[in-house]
Design a protein around this ligand. Structure first.
Ligand SMILES: [Fe+2]
Ligand SMILES: [Fe+2]
Length: 207
């Protein structure tokens, strides 16, 4: 078993293989819209928890999936509570959930037809991708914000989401041949890069 830090840096190297790095100006925009970023982040964590719950509901017969994702629900909900506490500490309201343009743009790439295995693969890769991009954004915040407290706050999320990204890929490998997982992952990466390059750069959203 590799030491945890080594494993994390390995995960991060993979994440940096996202085909399009975030525009470096994003972190400056985010730093001046911190309230919006915290609100959007809080709802991202909530959605991460609910999508794990939904996978468990859809695939109750897949034991590894159920066992691996059950603790992630708790972890993502813990993340939501951490962000909520941060808002409350700053006397800021939770705010409202915004339309998630990034996730909505990814959705059409999910296979609707085909076999159950292909559809499961896409759902797992869809989750892996959102984890990877979130991790990349947290990395930007952890390196680019001026406030040392916030830098370490986001570093914790970065490490955690890197682990989740790996977990979703590993789950995909358990249910599908590795070559098929890698090939489809490349297609998702290419699609995601197109989405990100077409999106308006705004500092009030995590994605
Ligand atoms: Fe999270
Ligand atoms: Fe996550």
């Amino acid at each position: 078993m590799k030491p945890e830090t080594e494993q994390i840096s390995g995960d991060l190297r993979n994440i940096l293989r996202l085909k399009l790095p975030t525009d470096p100006r994003w972190v400056d925009l985010a730093s001046i819209s911190l309230q919006d970023i915290l609100t959007d982040h809080a709802f991202c964590e909530q959605k991460a928890a609910t999508s794990c719950i939904s996978l468990i509901q859809q695939y109750p017969h897949k034991e590894a999936l159920v066992s691996e994702l059950a603790p992630i629900v708790t972890e993502e909900w813990g993340h939501f509570r951490m962000v909520l506490a941060e808002l409350q500490k700053r006397n800021l309201p939770l705010g409202r959930q915004r339309k998630d343009l990034y996730v909505n743009a990814l959705l059409p790439f999910l296979k609707k037809g085909g076999g159950e295995a292909e559809r499961l693969l896409d759902k797992l890769l869809f989750c892996a991708l959102i984890e990877a991009r979130s991790c990349e954004r947290f990395k930007r915040l952890s390196e680019g914000l001026d406030d040392p407290y916030l830098r370490s706050f986001y570093r914790k999320f970065m490490e955690s989401e890197a682990g989740h990204y790996t977990l979703f890929i590993n789950l995909a490998d358990m249910y599908m041949p590795k070559e098929q997982v890698r090939a489809r992952w490349q297609e998702w990466l290419a699609y995601e890069a197109e989405i990100v390059s077409g999106m308006e750069l705004r500092g009030d959203r995590m994605h």
